[in-house]
Design a protein around this ligand. Structure first.
Ligand code: ADP
Ligand code: ADP
Length: 214
């Protein structure tokens, strides 16, 4: 149906780096599904499933959800028909075991990753990004009270884990558990580093340029 080439990408970065913001823009251009484990876990919580309830408690504390749970969700999702021609993973993998499980699944399907985009933002800027984050209660569109305020009349909500306490825990988890996947992908020649501390348009542009070079 579409002439777009297959493309399989991962977005990595600390909480608040702009992964969700960039993913939404990039999937429009690339015509691939946006697969956010954070969004999937929040949907499970909203639906009131056992998995959602257990995950929700961990999420609110800024802890990671166990690898087997998240791996299971992603394996099912990437096996769906719309993901056959590619996907944009946002927030997964977040640990070495998750990265290895993804590699094994892709190898079994005889497909490869095209790139792993690391959106870099220094720790000192993360708290402000996270505490100012709001999203449209209906569409899920992401705003920031200071950097990208919602239009008048839009009903916005704040995530329960976007507190100062939880963001500190999430940042610590990022450095301890997620940062080790950076050298893992770098060694495979897949890593593209992008400066996340510039306007969203400039970040999108830098990502597109980095991917074209690949
Ligand atoms: P952020 O926008 O801060 O990067 P996400 O929306 O991606 O956060 O994730 C929110 C929370 O969901 C995480 O703090 C964690 O508890 C859980 N979560 C999301 N993805 C994963 C994953 N791949 N592995 C473990 N936990 C995850
Ligand atoms: P992540 O998915 O990595 O946690 P988000 O895309 O949700 O990050 O962005 C976190 C917050 O920072 C949001 O409120 C968003 O509007 C804002 N934001 C995203 N990109 C930028 C940017 N380049 N400059 C300033 N604020 C940004």
């Amino acid at each position: 149906m579409s002439n777009n080439p297959e493309v399989r990408l991962i977005l990595v970065g600390p909480p608040g780096a702009g992964k969700g913001t960039q993913a939404k823009r990039l999937v429009d251009t690339l015509q691939i599904p946006h697969i956010s484990t954070g969004d999937m876990l929040r949907a499970a919580r909203e639906a009131g499933t056992e998995l959602g309830r257990k995950a929700g408690e961990l999420m609110d504390r800024g802890e990671l959800v166990p690898d087997d749970v998240v791996i299971g969700l992603v394996m099912e999702r990437i096996a769906e028909p719309d993901a056959k021609r590619g996907f944009m993973l946002d927030g997964f993998p977040r640990t070495r075991p998750q990265a290895e499980a993804l590699d094994a699944a892709l190898e079994a399907a005889a497909v490869e990753l095209d790139g792993v985009v690391l959106i870099e933002v220094e720790d000192a800027k993360i708290e402000r990004r996270i505490t100012g984050r709001r999203s449209d209660a209906v569409t899920g569109d992401i705003y920031h009270m200071e950097f990208d305020p919602p239009p008048d009349g839009v009903d916005v909500v704040q995530r329960p884990d976007d507190t100062v306490e939880a963001v500190r825990a999430r940042l610590a988890k990022y450095h301890a558990s997620t940062a080790p996947i950076i050298p893992y992908y770098d060694a495979q020649g897949l890593l593209r580093r992008v400066n996340g501390d510039q306007s969203p348009d400039a970040v999108t542009h830098e990502i597109m340029v980095a991917l074209e070079r690949a």
